[in-house]
Write a protein that binds this ligand. Structure first.
Ligand SMILES: Nc1nc2c(ncn2[C@@H]2O[C@H](COP(=O)(O)OP(=O)(O)OP(=O)(O)O)[C@@H](O)[C@H]2O)c(=O)[nH]1
Length: 375
């Protein structure tokens, strides 16, 4: 009986102990794990879970962006070109309208042209032509100097060259644009901008992310495509670029689109490696549709060095047009002349900024006029 009493007492004590421990533990504030994000203070105006915004609620009604209309885009880009290269052109004009055109003035003029990346050969030609035209009278008035400079620059740039993109595929298949060039020159950005231009001009487009070397490149292209509602065909990172290009062209044919634009990796490992890779991409695409345009992208700020690298690409694929990027703010517009001359291919498009609509068709007369515009 006595034992029974002690058992009951021990049982009651145990129950009280368990209850006490439960209450104490229950009251202790729970500590967040060490790596948890800091909680908002209790009086923060921001709720822990923000209410969905109107934009989020209407996400299902998402509409692709409307790219800038061609006319306003061109007018804006012409102003930008003029603003970035104007100091150079003004310098030339003030030299040419000096009272006397002496040897020192011609030297200064030559130095300015070389600085603007016109290249030695074209600079010599231009200076010779200007000397012939202007030095007869020993000096020139500003208007005459400007007219002569305009004519000579235009002659160097090539006023009558056909610079249109060949977008028309044979027998109802899409036109195929293959975009090549050293990495970092602006290939992916150019393709994104080009897709916008094509959409603005009512073309239907598919993009191929055949730069499988860098996962971010495919992601970047997808973002560009999504913005204007253009399909982007991708493959696994490190996968076969030719197979991505093939799938994209097959999709373009199946969907009946007008143009397929193919992004490629720009690694300059070895010339043979590059030749194999680009050659294979082109061959595989052409099982489905002819490549109608091969655009080589060159960064205008890299000068002669960029030109030397571009030459390797031109040797391994038949380039049909050049895109000169980063012409904004570089005052190196002169590079257009040696680029065309050395590669034997016209500049067809120019990049004038990082903005979505900062790509313009290259027009020789408009370009020279923008350089010489009064501002
Ligand atoms: N200022 C300026 N920047 C540009 C222009 N075009 C491209 N860029 C910038 O150049 C950088 C490189 O562009 P990408 O399009 O990634 O170059 P990429 O040739 O595709 O490079 P990889 O994918 O590495 O082969 C980006 O920061 C672009 O915003 C241009 O016309 N002007």
């Amino acid at each position: 009986m006595e034992n029974y009493f002690w058992y009951v007492l021990a049982g009651v004590a145990l129950v009280i102990l368990v209850a006490a421990v439960t209450i104490i533990v229950g009251r202790r504030p729970e500590l967040p794990p060490a790596d948890a994000p800091a909680e908002l203070p209790a009086d923060s105006a921001e709720p822990a879970f923000a209410e969905p915004t109107d934009a989020e609620l209407t996400e299902s009604a998402w509409e692709p962006e409307q790219p800038e209309a061609p006319e306003s885009r061109l007018a804006r880009l012409r102003r930008r070109l003029s603003a970035s290269n104007n100091p150079f052109a003004k310098g030339l004009l003030s030299l040419l309208s000096a009272d006397t055109l002496d040897a020192a003035t011609w030297d200064d003029l030559e130095a300015s042209l070389i600085t603007a990346d016109l290249g030695v050969g074209p600079t010599t030609e231009l200076v010779e032509a200007l000397r012939k035209e202007l030095s007869v009278s020993g000096g020139a008035d500003a208007d005459r100097a400007k007219a002569v400079l305009r004519d000579e620059l235009l002659r160097l740039v090539g006023p009558d060259t056909n610079r249109g993109l060949n977008l028309t595929g044979a027998d109802g298949v899409p036109g195929v644009i293959l975009v090549v060039g050293v990495n970092g020159t602006g290939k992916t950005t150019t393709i994104g901008k080009l897709a916008r231009v094509l959409v603005a001009e009512q073309h239907s487009v598919v993009l191929a992310a055949a730069d499988t070397f860098r996962a971010a490149a495919a992601e970047q292209l997808k973002t560009w495509g999504d913005r204007v509602g253009v399909e982007v065909v991708r493959g696994p990172e490190g996968g076969d670029p030719a197979s991505v290009a093939f799938d994209a062209v097959a999709k373009g044919i199946a969907d009946g689109v007008d143009v397929v634009v193919v992004d490629t990796a720009g690694r300059l490992h070895t010339k043979t490696g590059l030749m194999d890779e680009l050659g294979k991409i082109k061959r595989v695409i052409e099982r489905k549709a002819p490549v109608t345009e091969v655009l080589l992208v060159i960064d205008a700020t890299t000068g002669q060095n960029g030109l030397a690298q571009a030459r390797v690409f031109a040797e391994v694929v038949d380039v049909t047009g050049i895109v000169l990027t980063k012409l904004d703010g570089s005052a190196k517009g002169g590079i257009i002349v040696p680029v065309q001359r050395e590669l034997g291919v016209p500049v067809k498009l120019i990049g004038l900024g990082e903005g979505a609509d900062d790509l313009a068709p290259f027009q020789a007369a408009a370009f020279v006029d923008a350089l010489l515009e009064e501002s």
